[in-house]
Design a binder for this molecule. Structure first.
Ligand code: FAD
Length: 369
Protein backbone atom coordinates (compact mmCIF):
# COMPACT_ATOMS: atom_id res chain seq x y z
CA UNK A 1 0.00 0.00 0.00
CA UNK A 2 2.73 2.47 0.95
CA UNK A 3 6.52 2.44 1.23
CA UNK A 4 8.38 2.07 4.50
CA UNK A 5 11.14 4.70 4.57
CA UNK A 6 13.68 5.72 7.24
CA UNK A 7 12.69 8.70 9.39
CA UNK A 8 14.67 11.77 8.26
CA UNK A 9 15.79 14.46 10.70
CA UNK A 10 14.04 17.26 8.79
CA UNK A 11 10.80 17.84 6.83
CA UNK A 12 9.01 20.89 5.51
CA UNK A 13 5.77 19.72 7.14
CA UNK A 14 5.24 17.27 10.00
CA UNK A 15 1.68 16.07 10.55
CA UNK A 16 0.97 14.62 13.99
CA UNK A 17 -1.82 12.03 13.70
CA UNK A 18 -2.34 9.54 10.89
CA UNK A 19 -6.12 9.42 11.02
CA UNK A 20 -8.37 10.43 8.16
CA UNK A 21 -7.66 14.16 8.67
CA UNK A 22 -3.87 13.71 8.74
CA UNK A 23 -3.68 11.59 5.59
CA UNK A 24 -6.27 13.69 3.76
CA UNK A 25 -4.32 16.90 4.44
CA UNK A 26 -1.07 15.20 3.39
CA UNK A 27 -2.70 14.07 0.14
CA UNK A 28 -4.04 17.54 -0.74
CA UNK A 29 -0.68 19.14 0.16
CA UNK A 30 1.00 16.98 -2.49
CA UNK A 31 -1.56 18.24 -5.01
CA UNK A 32 -0.38 21.77 -4.20
CA UNK A 33 3.26 20.83 -4.75
CA UNK A 34 4.33 20.33 -1.11
CA UNK A 35 5.80 16.84 -0.88
CA UNK A 36 8.45 16.97 1.86
CA UNK A 37 6.01 15.73 4.51
CA UNK A 38 6.05 13.16 7.32
CA UNK A 39 2.85 11.85 8.90
CA UNK A 40 3.64 10.55 12.40
CA UNK A 41 1.28 8.37 14.41
CA UNK A 42 1.84 6.80 17.80
CA UNK A 43 -0.13 3.74 16.69
CA UNK A 44 -1.04 2.23 13.36
CA UNK A 45 -2.43 4.47 10.60
CA UNK A 46 -6.14 5.18 10.99
CA UNK A 47 -6.27 3.44 14.38
CA UNK A 48 -7.87 6.31 16.35
CA UNK A 49 -11.43 7.58 15.92
CA UNK A 50 -11.06 6.87 12.20
CA UNK A 51 -11.01 3.13 12.98
CA UNK A 52 -14.08 3.35 15.21
CA UNK A 53 -16.30 5.68 13.22
CA UNK A 54 -19.69 4.69 11.84
CA UNK A 55 -18.68 6.72 8.75
CA UNK A 56 -21.98 8.42 7.91
CA UNK A 57 -21.47 11.12 5.27
CA UNK A 58 -24.10 13.87 4.94
CA UNK A 59 -24.60 17.61 4.53
CA UNK A 60 -27.98 18.30 6.21
CA UNK A 61 -26.57 20.55 8.93
CA UNK A 62 -28.15 23.75 10.24
CA UNK A 63 -25.63 26.61 10.27
CA UNK A 64 -24.74 28.87 7.37
CA UNK A 65 -21.06 27.91 7.83
CA UNK A 66 -21.63 24.18 8.32
CA UNK A 67 -23.98 23.45 5.41
CA UNK A 68 -21.69 24.61 2.53
CA UNK A 69 -18.65 23.06 4.21
CA UNK A 70 -20.18 19.61 4.63
CA UNK A 71 -21.83 19.84 1.20
CA UNK A 72 -18.41 20.45 -0.37
CA UNK A 73 -17.05 17.46 1.55
CA UNK A 74 -19.97 15.29 0.41
CA UNK A 75 -19.24 16.25 -3.21
CA UNK A 76 -15.55 15.41 -2.73
CA UNK A 77 -16.59 12.02 -1.29
CA UNK A 78 -18.75 11.39 -4.37
CA UNK A 79 -15.65 11.69 -6.57
CA UNK A 80 -13.13 10.21 -4.15
CA UNK A 81 -13.02 6.60 -5.39
CA UNK A 82 -12.12 7.89 -8.86
CA UNK A 83 -9.72 10.53 -7.53
CA UNK A 84 -7.82 8.00 -5.38
CA UNK A 85 -8.37 5.00 -7.68
CA UNK A 86 -9.53 3.13 -4.57
CA UNK A 87 -13.02 1.77 -3.92
CA UNK A 88 -14.29 3.47 -0.76
CA UNK A 89 -17.65 1.60 -1.01
CA UNK A 90 -19.71 4.80 -0.75
CA UNK A 91 -23.33 3.67 -0.46
CA UNK A 92 -25.60 6.74 -0.75
CA UNK A 93 -28.67 5.15 0.82
CA UNK A 94 -30.35 8.36 2.06
CA UNK A 95 -31.24 9.36 5.60
CA UNK A 96 -34.32 10.21 7.63
CA UNK A 97 -34.08 12.43 10.71
CA UNK A 98 -37.25 11.67 12.65
CA UNK A 99 -39.40 14.25 14.45
CA UNK A 100 -41.40 12.95 17.43
CA UNK A 101 -42.77 16.24 18.80
CA UNK A 102 -44.17 19.45 17.27
CA UNK A 103 -41.04 21.30 18.41
CA UNK A 104 -38.77 18.70 16.79
CA UNK A 105 -40.72 18.86 13.51
CA UNK A 106 -40.50 22.67 13.57
CA UNK A 107 -36.71 22.40 13.99
CA UNK A 108 -36.46 19.89 11.15
CA UNK A 109 -38.53 22.17 8.89
CA UNK A 110 -36.14 25.06 9.54
CA UNK A 111 -33.16 22.81 8.86
CA UNK A 112 -34.75 21.62 5.61
CA UNK A 113 -35.31 25.20 4.43
CA UNK A 114 -31.72 26.21 5.29
CA UNK A 115 -30.45 23.13 3.42
CA UNK A 116 -32.53 23.91 0.34
CA UNK A 117 -31.54 27.59 0.32
CA UNK A 118 -27.88 26.53 0.31
CA UNK A 119 -28.31 23.91 -2.42
CA UNK A 120 -28.48 20.76 -0.28
CA UNK A 121 -30.95 18.05 -1.32
CA UNK A 122 -33.31 17.77 1.69
CA UNK A 123 -37.11 17.74 2.04
CA UNK A 124 -39.73 17.12 4.72
CA UNK A 125 -41.79 13.93 4.49
CA UNK A 126 -44.87 12.84 6.44
CA UNK A 127 -45.47 9.55 8.26
CA UNK A 128 -46.85 7.80 5.15
CA UNK A 129 -43.71 8.48 3.11
CA UNK A 130 -41.55 7.52 6.10
CA UNK A 131 -43.32 4.14 6.08
CA UNK A 132 -42.91 3.80 2.29
CA UNK A 133 -39.17 4.48 2.59
CA UNK A 134 -38.68 2.36 5.72
CA UNK A 135 -41.36 -0.38 5.84
CA UNK A 136 -40.21 -2.00 9.14
CA UNK A 137 -40.47 1.25 11.15
CA UNK A 138 -43.14 1.28 13.88
CA UNK A 139 -45.78 3.98 13.20
CA UNK A 140 -48.37 2.77 15.70
CA UNK A 141 -50.23 5.53 17.52
CA UNK A 142 -50.05 6.07 21.28
CA UNK A 143 -46.30 5.40 21.55
CA UNK A 144 -44.18 7.66 23.78
CA UNK A 145 -42.25 8.76 20.65
CA UNK A 146 -44.74 8.91 17.74
CA UNK A 147 -43.27 9.71 14.30
CA UNK A 148 -44.85 12.98 13.13
CA UNK A 149 -42.56 13.65 10.19
CA UNK A 150 -38.95 13.49 9.05
CA UNK A 151 -36.23 15.39 7.23
CA UNK A 152 -35.30 13.24 4.22
CA UNK A 153 -31.76 13.76 2.88
CA UNK A 154 -31.27 11.45 -0.15
CA UNK A 155 -27.49 11.93 -0.77
CA UNK A 156 -26.50 10.78 2.73
CA UNK A 157 -24.40 7.64 2.67
CA UNK A 158 -21.92 5.42 4.42
CA UNK A 159 -18.30 4.81 3.37
CA UNK A 160 -15.86 2.05 4.23
CA UNK A 161 -13.75 3.97 6.77
CA UNK A 162 -10.46 2.09 6.45
CA UNK A 163 -10.65 2.29 2.65
CA UNK A 164 -10.85 6.09 2.91
CA UNK A 165 -7.78 6.22 5.18
CA UNK A 166 -5.83 3.73 3.05
CA UNK A 167 -6.83 5.47 -0.20
CA UNK A 168 -5.67 8.88 1.04
CA UNK A 169 -2.52 7.36 2.59
CA UNK A 170 -1.59 5.56 -0.62
CA UNK A 171 -2.31 8.70 -2.67
CA UNK A 172 -0.18 10.81 -0.32
CA UNK A 173 2.63 8.24 -0.41
CA UNK A 174 2.55 8.17 -4.22
CA UNK A 175 2.95 11.96 -4.08
CA UNK A 176 6.10 11.67 -1.93
CA UNK A 177 4.72 11.75 1.63
CA UNK A 178 6.39 9.54 4.25
CA UNK A 179 4.06 7.66 6.60
CA UNK A 180 5.55 6.73 9.96
CA UNK A 181 3.28 4.67 12.22
CA UNK A 182 4.39 3.79 15.78
CA UNK A 183 6.19 7.15 16.10
CA UNK A 184 4.87 9.06 19.10
CA UNK A 185 5.31 12.82 19.39
CA UNK A 186 6.36 13.60 22.96
CA UNK A 187 7.17 17.31 22.66
CA UNK A 188 7.18 20.31 20.32
CA UNK A 189 10.19 22.62 20.16
CA UNK A 190 9.92 26.38 19.59
CA UNK A 191 12.48 29.04 18.70
CA UNK A 192 11.63 32.77 18.80
CA UNK A 193 7.86 32.23 18.48
CA UNK A 194 8.16 29.66 15.67
CA UNK A 195 7.89 25.88 15.90
CA UNK A 196 11.22 24.28 15.06
CA UNK A 197 10.38 20.58 15.25
CA UNK A 198 9.00 17.70 17.25
CA UNK A 199 10.48 15.35 19.84
CA UNK A 200 9.46 11.80 19.02
CA UNK A 201 9.92 8.29 20.37
CA UNK A 202 12.42 7.89 17.50
CA UNK A 203 14.37 11.12 18.01
CA UNK A 204 14.10 14.83 17.17
CA UNK A 205 12.66 15.86 13.80
CA UNK A 206 12.97 19.44 12.52
CA UNK A 207 10.02 21.01 10.69
CA UNK A 208 8.96 24.40 9.28
CA UNK A 209 5.30 23.60 9.88
CA UNK A 210 3.72 21.25 12.42
CA UNK A 211 0.06 20.31 11.95
CA UNK A 212 -1.86 18.51 14.69
CA UNK A 213 -4.74 16.29 13.54
CA UNK A 214 -5.01 14.25 16.71
CA UNK A 215 -8.77 14.46 17.48
CA UNK A 216 -9.35 13.10 21.01
CA UNK A 217 -5.68 13.69 21.89
CA UNK A 218 -5.57 17.30 20.55
CA UNK A 219 -5.50 18.87 24.03
CA UNK A 220 -2.43 16.82 24.98
CA UNK A 221 -0.59 17.98 21.83
CA UNK A 222 -1.68 21.62 22.35
CA UNK A 223 -0.43 21.44 25.95
CA UNK A 224 3.06 20.78 24.51
CA UNK A 225 3.05 24.42 23.31
CA UNK A 226 1.24 25.73 26.43
CA UNK A 227 -2.04 26.08 24.57
CA UNK A 228 -5.27 25.41 26.44
CA UNK A 229 -7.87 24.37 23.86
CA UNK A 230 -11.61 24.66 24.67
CA UNK A 231 -12.01 20.94 24.01
CA UNK A 232 -13.06 18.02 26.16
CA UNK A 233 -12.51 14.39 25.21
CA UNK A 234 -15.48 12.04 25.51
CA UNK A 235 -15.92 8.38 24.51
CA UNK A 236 -18.58 7.55 21.93
CA UNK A 237 -19.93 4.01 22.18
CA UNK A 238 -21.59 2.13 19.35
CA UNK A 239 -22.58 -1.45 18.59
CA UNK A 240 -23.45 -3.78 15.75
CA UNK A 241 -25.93 -6.67 15.59
CA UNK A 242 -25.61 -10.10 14.10
CA UNK A 243 -26.12 -10.09 10.30
CA UNK A 244 -29.73 -10.01 9.11
CA UNK A 245 -31.34 -10.26 5.68
CA UNK A 246 -31.49 -6.79 4.07
CA UNK A 247 -34.52 -5.03 5.62
CA UNK A 248 -33.36 -1.46 6.24
CA UNK A 249 -32.37 0.62 3.23
CA UNK A 250 -32.00 4.07 4.81
CA UNK A 251 -30.03 5.58 7.67
CA UNK A 252 -32.48 6.50 10.43
CA UNK A 253 -31.70 9.04 13.12
CA UNK A 254 -33.70 10.35 16.05
CA UNK A 255 -32.36 13.29 18.05
CA UNK A 256 -35.08 12.81 20.70
CA UNK A 257 -34.06 9.18 21.16
CA UNK A 258 -30.30 9.89 20.84
CA UNK A 259 -29.95 7.00 18.40
CA UNK A 260 -29.09 6.35 14.77
CA UNK A 261 -29.34 3.07 12.88
CA UNK A 262 -28.33 1.67 9.49
CA UNK A 263 -27.76 -1.75 7.96
CA UNK A 264 -24.39 -2.53 6.40
CA UNK A 265 -23.75 -4.37 3.14
CA UNK A 266 -22.93 -7.43 5.29
CA UNK A 267 -26.38 -7.29 6.92
CA UNK A 268 -25.24 -6.13 10.36
CA UNK A 269 -27.19 -3.26 11.90
CA UNK A 270 -24.96 -0.45 13.18
CA UNK A 271 -26.44 1.43 16.14
CA UNK A 272 -24.94 4.61 17.57
CA UNK A 273 -25.94 7.62 19.63
CA UNK A 274 -24.43 10.55 21.51
CA UNK A 275 -21.11 10.77 23.35
CA UNK A 276 -20.80 9.57 26.95
CA UNK A 277 -21.58 12.48 29.32
CA UNK A 278 -18.23 12.23 31.14
CA UNK A 279 -14.67 13.03 29.99
CA UNK A 280 -12.32 10.10 29.53
CA UNK A 281 -9.49 8.78 27.38
CA UNK A 282 -10.73 5.22 27.87
CA UNK A 283 -11.72 3.35 24.73
CA UNK A 284 -13.43 0.51 26.60
CA UNK A 285 -17.12 -0.18 26.09
CA UNK A 286 -19.65 -0.25 28.91
CA UNK A 287 -23.12 -1.71 29.45
CA UNK A 288 -25.28 1.37 30.14
CA UNK A 289 -25.03 3.11 26.73
CA UNK A 290 -25.65 -0.20 25.00
CA UNK A 291 -28.80 -0.83 27.06
CA UNK A 292 -30.05 2.67 26.22
CA UNK A 293 -29.24 2.32 22.52
CA UNK A 294 -31.02 -1.04 22.40
CA UNK A 295 -34.13 0.38 24.12
CA UNK A 296 -34.25 3.40 21.80
CA UNK A 297 -33.74 1.29 18.70
CA UNK A 298 -36.62 -0.98 19.74
CA UNK A 299 -38.83 2.11 20.09
CA UNK A 300 -38.35 2.61 16.32
CA UNK A 301 -37.97 -1.06 15.31
CA UNK A 302 -39.74 -3.44 17.72
CA UNK A 303 -39.22 -6.14 15.06
CA UNK A 304 -35.58 -6.29 16.23
CA UNK A 305 -36.54 -7.52 19.71
CA UNK A 306 -34.88 -10.93 19.33
CA UNK A 307 -31.78 -9.72 17.44
CA UNK A 308 -28.44 -10.35 19.17
CA UNK A 309 -25.66 -7.77 19.61
CA UNK A 310 -22.53 -9.06 17.88
CA UNK A 311 -19.97 -6.57 19.22
CA UNK A 312 -19.59 -3.09 20.65
CA UNK A 313 -16.74 -0.59 20.60
CA UNK A 314 -15.84 2.92 21.60
CA UNK A 315 -13.70 5.81 20.30
CA UNK A 316 -12.64 9.26 21.45
CA UNK A 317 -14.32 12.50 20.36
CA UNK A 318 -12.85 16.00 20.78
CA UNK A 319 -15.89 18.09 21.69
CA UNK A 320 -15.91 21.90 21.46
CA UNK A 321 -18.47 24.01 23.36
CA UNK A 322 -20.22 25.23 20.17
CA UNK A 323 -19.88 21.94 18.23
CA UNK A 324 -17.69 23.77 15.69
CA UNK A 325 -14.17 22.68 14.70
CA UNK A 326 -10.98 24.57 15.50
CA UNK A 327 -8.99 24.98 12.28
CA UNK A 328 -6.05 27.20 11.46
CA UNK A 329 -2.89 28.85 12.69
CA UNK A 330 -2.19 29.94 16.25
CA UNK A 331 -1.47 33.57 17.09
CA UNK A 332 2.01 33.99 18.55
CA UNK A 333 3.27 30.59 17.40
CA UNK A 334 4.21 30.64 13.72
CA UNK A 335 4.24 27.33 11.92
CA UNK A 336 1.82 25.57 14.28
CA UNK A 337 -1.51 24.58 12.70
CA UNK A 338 -4.54 22.85 14.21
CA UNK A 339 -7.44 20.88 12.80
CA UNK A 340 -9.50 19.51 15.67
CA UNK A 341 -12.82 19.76 17.48
CA UNK A 342 -14.35 17.40 14.94
CA UNK A 343 -16.24 15.61 17.70
CA UNK A 344 -18.52 12.79 16.66
CA UNK A 345 -19.08 14.09 13.10
CA UNK A 346 -15.61 14.66 11.65
CA UNK A 347 -15.14 11.71 9.32
CA UNK A 348 -17.43 13.30 6.75
CA UNK A 349 -15.43 16.55 6.98
CA UNK A 350 -12.04 15.04 6.16
CA UNK A 351 -11.84 15.77 2.40
CA UNK A 352 -12.97 19.43 2.69
CA UNK A 353 -10.98 20.00 5.89
CA UNK A 354 -7.84 18.38 4.46
CA UNK A 355 -8.11 20.44 1.28
CA UNK A 356 -8.71 23.69 3.21
CA UNK A 357 -5.85 23.13 5.67
CA UNK A 358 -3.54 22.20 2.77
CA UNK A 359 -4.44 25.50 1.06
CA UNK A 360 -3.79 27.39 4.29
CA UNK A 361 -0.35 25.78 4.76
CA UNK A 362 0.61 26.25 1.12
CA UNK A 363 -0.55 29.87 0.66
CA UNK A 364 -0.74 31.27 4.19
CA UNK A 365 -4.27 32.47 3.32
CA UNK A 366 -7.46 31.17 4.95
CA UNK A 367 -9.65 29.68 2.18
CA UNK A 368 -13.16 31.16 1.79
CA UNK A 369 -14.86 27.86 2.62
C1 FAD B 1 -17.77 5.61 17.61
C2 FAD B 1 -17.63 6.79 16.68
C3 FAD B 1 -18.55 6.97 15.64
C4 FAD B 1 -18.42 8.05 14.78
N1 FAD B 1 -19.29 8.17 13.73
C5 FAD B 1 -19.13 9.18 12.83
C6 FAD B 1 -19.97 9.26 11.68
O1 FAD B 1 -20.88 8.44 11.49
N2 FAD B 1 -19.74 10.25 10.77
C7 FAD B 1 -18.73 11.17 10.95
O2 FAD B 1 -18.59 12.05 10.10
N3 FAD B 1 -17.92 11.12 12.03
C8 FAD B 1 -18.08 10.15 12.96
N4 FAD B 1 -17.25 10.06 14.05
C9 FAD B 1 -16.20 11.07 14.23
C10 FAD B 1 -15.00 10.77 13.34
O3 FAD B 1 -14.70 9.39 13.38
C11 FAD B 1 -13.79 11.58 13.79
O4 FAD B 1 -14.15 12.96 13.86
C12 FAD B 1 -12.63 11.45 12.81
O5 FAD B 1 -12.34 10.09 12.55
C13 FAD B 1 -11.40 12.14 13.38
O6 FAD B 1 -10.33 11.89 12.51
P1 FAD B 1 -8.89 12.42 12.88
O7 FAD B 1 -7.99 12.01 11.80
O8 FAD B 1 -8.98 13.86 13.24
O9 FAD B 1 -8.55 11.67 14.27
P2 FAD B 1 -8.15 10.15 14.59
O10 FAD B 1 -8.67 9.21 13.59
O11 FAD B 1 -8.51 9.92 16.03
O12 FAD B 1 -6.59 10.19 14.44
C14 FAD B 1 -5.79 10.85 15.39
C15 FAD B 1 -4.50 10.08 15.45
O13 FAD B 1 -3.58 10.81 16.26
C16 FAD B 1 -2.71 9.87 16.83
N5 FAD B 1 -2.00 10.49 17.95
C17 FAD B 1 -2.53 10.96 19.10
N6 FAD B 1 -1.56 11.44 19.89
C18 FAD B 1 -0.39 11.29 19.22
C19 FAD B 1 0.98 11.59 19.52
N7 FAD B 1 1.35 12.14 20.68
N8 FAD B 1 1.93 11.29 18.59
C20 FAD B 1 1.59 10.72 17.39
N9 FAD B 1 0.31 10.40 17.08
C21 FAD B 1 -0.67 10.69 17.97
C22 FAD B 1 -3.63 8.73 17.24
O14 FAD B 1 -2.93 7.51 17.39
C23 FAD B 1 -4.64 8.70 16.10
O15 FAD B 1 -4.36 7.70 15.13
C24 FAD B 1 -17.36 8.99 14.96
C25 FAD B 1 -16.45 8.82 16.01
C26 FAD B 1 -16.57 7.73 16.85
C27 FAD B 1 -15.58 7.56 17.96
Amino acid sequence: MWEKRPLKDRYQVVIIGGGVHGVSTAYYLTKLGIKDIAVLDKGYLGGGASARTTAIIRANYITVEGIPFFNESLKLYEGLAKELNFNILFNQMGRLDLGHTDAAVYGLRMRTEFNRLLGVDSRMVGPKEVKDLVPPIDLREGKPFPILGALYHPPCGVVRHDAVVWGFARGANNGGVELHPFTEVTGIDRTNGHVSGVETSRGFVQADTVLSTTAGWSSTIAAMVDLNLPLTTHPLEVMVTEPLKPFLHKTISSANLHAYVYQTDRGEVVIGGGVDPYQSYSQRSSLRPIEELAAHTLEMFPCMGQVKVLRQWSGLCDMSPDYAPIMGTVQGLDGFVLSCGWGSWGFKAAPAAGKSIAQLISTGETPDL
